[in-house]
Design a protein around this ligand. Structure first.
Ligand code: NAD
Length: 694
């Protein structure tokens, strides 16, 4: 039973009881419909109140029923809403805290709605590439008018209940006890007939045709590749152009269409992937966590500054430690300048700036950070420098402090081994700019404690980041895969592409930025240093020479005003470079083969399947816990197009046999040595399975 039934004198009260947010799953729907029927049959009952126990009225459809036949089992949400709407006795929705999706649609089928202020009211379906499919597109415009309803349905964003007076028959005071107040309201209206129904109203607007025409243009421009926002407009339009029942049927049809689109599937995948990423085997939800009340960061460079800001933005006081006063002053000035830029853009008030700056301190002395609950090391990427820092931390930090490293490529286990507390050492790999980027790769060392992992996963959430756990290997999940992608981009230059052609193709596929523009932003010298190291450690790995030749020209990227592209002072726009074109042409000439014309499709396959193949290895080695974690890394840290759901999900939609066949073709091509298919990919393709249904 996941809804309770009680009598308050002549008023029946049905209370959803399906934690955490009273999702309208099958058991809850059944109990609610039973309650409504029982109230009809009981001659003592004059009116009915529907409300929710705990932290919500209702968060909507039960996501645990997504992709399961239960969602379509009677009583469906439609049936529940109709039972309320057709009740011969008045039904009052008593709303508090959260009223979203199906919960709001149900309340629109009730005859009356009462609420406490501050309830979050939303139809968020568009965020999963869908539209409200239980009458929301037809009833909300009739309740709130065309304009407000369209805004809510197209954006999916919550609106506090007190800002929607037209939706409610009464907004109580904040300190009112909701159920008794709703019962009193129900008693007051118990005899009023006819029963008011939202469906009988008109969707108000002075000039609906002009408004909708304008909305179509506006929404189409903002929707990008996603079909759902425009479908929302069309179904809301039906609330004015069609009779109610026809509108409902149209809504149903468009909902069923959207549910099958790859864009909606990708968004739903990403939604679940984010939740899954927080679940780590061996680290159950009740694993004890260490308190994080103050933080420290070692190194106030690009990353250290951003990481300090991420802490301050979450309200956590943080002290930055540097090796010289000059570097410290420079680092703190950069933090201030970055915040001031945000204030100029109007995204931060001067008061917020002052509060955040006040949370950030600086020091040159380890003793001053000794009491921090977590310290994140972000010094130069050199093993000896980092190991010296960790020896110091081991000597001074209080017992139980978490010692984290932001290393991109070094071995977390080796770093942990220089301390006497390897269980407290963990990798926290932030992405640049660290105060903005959502991804946090959490690197689990051999000895990392489960409570440390649980604490850092919770901290990621507090910092508003998506934490994804990775095992120890060179590059972890994200950078290990991107190396193969960038390697292919280089080979494409050897075979006849220009940087702009490669970037253009992958950006048309949907990436935020192609590999060459990305390298110019990050600094081409970083990859150069890595390749020099690789040349010693693993000389068998081949690369296009073009990236080294570029660095030999001093073209390190945006920071030197020239990289794969030319840049004008103070402008990040990438302009194709005659010098680079000539360098590449001379290199290709020297290779002794004729350049060929390479189409967008091949560029995309070469780059994306390079990610997929390496991702399969990472999965098989257990570096990533699941395919969806890899997708999360790429969606939140590398600008992979959200509407394609991440590289592994995308490979599943293409079909692994097709991916494997393409890899086979590339293996027979000019840089075939880079294309041994991952055994896991070959096995899943043979078994007719995908990465995400392992
Ligand atoms: P950076 O050169 O901008 O900053 C390093 C800072 O550390 C400098 O300010 C330096 O003065 C300071 N420092 C050096 N030795 C120190 C010591 N012994 N004690 C205190 N401070 C010391 O480098 P960065 O780009 O911020 O990178 C820092 C770390 O983050 C590296 O491990 C890097 O691999 C990693 N990382 C970088 C990026 C990126 O995009 N730049 C992304 C993820 C991770």
């Amino acid at each position: 039973m996941s809804a309770d039934y009680a009598l308050y004198g002549e008023i029946a009260v049905i209370t959803f009881n399906n934690p955490p947010v009273n999702g309208l799953g099958l058991a809850t729907r059944t109990a609610a419909v039973d309650g409504l029927r029982r109230a009809q049959e009981d001659p003592r009952v004059k009116a009915i109140v529907i409300t929710g126990a705990g932290k919500a009225f209702s968060g909507g459809a039960d996501i645990r029923e997504f992709n399961s036949p239960k969602a379509l089992t009677e009583p469906t949400l439609h049936t529940l809403i109709r039972t309320a709407e057709e009740s011969a006795k008045p039904v009052v929705a008593a709303i508090h805290s959260v009223c979203m999706g199906g919960g709001l649609e149900l309340s629109l089928g009730c005859h009356y709605r009462v609420t406490l202020p501050g309830a979050q009211v939303a139809l968020p379906e568009v965020k999963l590439g869908l539209l409200p499919g239980a009458g929301g597109t037809q009833r909300l415009p009739r309740a709130l008018g065309l304009e407000t309803a369209l805004d809510m349905i197209v954006s999916g964003n919550p609106v506090p209940s007190e800002k929607l007076p037209a939706l409610f028959d009464e907004v109580f005071g904040a300190d009112v006890d909701l159920v008794p107040a709703a019962v009193a309201f129900a008693a007051k209206i118990a005899d009023v007939r006819p029963l008011p129904k939202v469906r009988d109203r008109q969707a108000a607007h002075a000039d609906p045709a002009a408004f909708l025409q304008d909305a179509r243009g506006r929404v189409a421009a903002a929707a990008g590749p996603f079909p759902a926002p425009l479908e929302c407009v069309e179904t809301v339009a039906a609330a004015v152009t069609m009779p109610f029942e026809a509108g409902l049927a149209f809504e149903r049809e468009r909902f069923m269409h959207l549910i099958g689109t790859p864009e909606s599937k990708a968004l739903r995948h990403a939604f679940f992937a984010e939740r899954e990423a927080a679940k780590v085997p061996g680290v159950p939800a009740d694993t004890p966590r260490r308190p994080i009340e103050r933080a420290a960061v070692v190194g106030a460079g690009t990353m250290g500054g951003g990481i300090a800001m991420a802490f301050a933005n979450a309200g956590i006081p943080v002290t930055v430690l540097e090796s010289t006063q000059e570097a410290l002053d420079r680092g703190l000035a950069a933090i201030r300048a970055s915040y001031e830029g945000t204030v100029r853009k109007g995204r931060l008030t001067p008061e917020q700036l002052a509060r955040r700056i006040a949370l950030i301190g600086g020091t040159l002395r380890y003793e001053e950070i000794a009491l921090a609950d977590i310290v994140v090391e972000a010094v130069f990427e050199q093993a000896d420098v980092k190991e010296a820092v960790f020896r110091q931390l081991d000597a001074v930090m209080k017992p139980g402090a978490i010692l984290a490293t932001n290393t991109s490529t070094l071995d977390v286990d080796r770093i942990a081994a220089v301390t006497r507390r390897p269980q407290d050492v963990v990798g926290t790999h932030f992405f640049s700019p660290a105060q903005v980027m959502k991804l946090l790769e959490i690197v689990r060392g051999r000895a990392t404690g489960n409570d440390v992992l649980a604490t850092v996963l919770a901290l990621a959430k507090k910092l508003k980041k998506t934490g994804v756990v990775a095992g120890v290997c060179d590059g972890f999940i994200g950078n290990r895969m991107i190396e193969q992608y960038v390697r292919q981009a280089g080979f494409l230059l050897n075979e006849g592409c220009t940087p702009a052609q490669v970037d253009g193709a992958i950006e048309r596929f949907g990436f935020a930025m192609g590999p060459f523009r990305m390298s110019d932003l990050a600094g081409n010298d970083i990859g150069w240093a890595i390749r020099k190291r690789r040349a010693v450690e693993r000389p068998e790995i081949t690369y296009s020479r073009t990236a080294d030749l570029l660095c030999e020209l001093g073209r390190f990227g945006q920071k030197t005003g020239a990289g794969w592209y030319d840049y004008r002072p103070g402008d990040r726009t990438a302009h194709p470079s005659a010098e680079v074109d000539a360098m590449i042409a001379a290199h290709v000439h020297g290779l002794g083969h004729a350049p060929r014309v390479i189409g967008d499709a091949e560029v995309v396959e070469r780059l994306v399947y390079a990610l997929v193949n390496e991702g399969a290895r990472i999965l098989e080695e257990g570096i990533a816990l699941r395919a969806s974690d890899i997708d999360m890394v790429y969606l939140t840290g590398y600008g992979f197009p959200l509407f394609r759901g991440g590289p592994m999900f995308y490979a599943d939609t293409v079909g692994l046999p097709a991916v494997l066949a393409a890899i086979g073709r590339f293996a027979a091509g000019p840089h075939g040595e880079a294309w041994q298919p991952a055994p896991l990919l070959a096995r899943l393709a043979a078994e007719g399975r995908g990465f995400n249904d392992r």
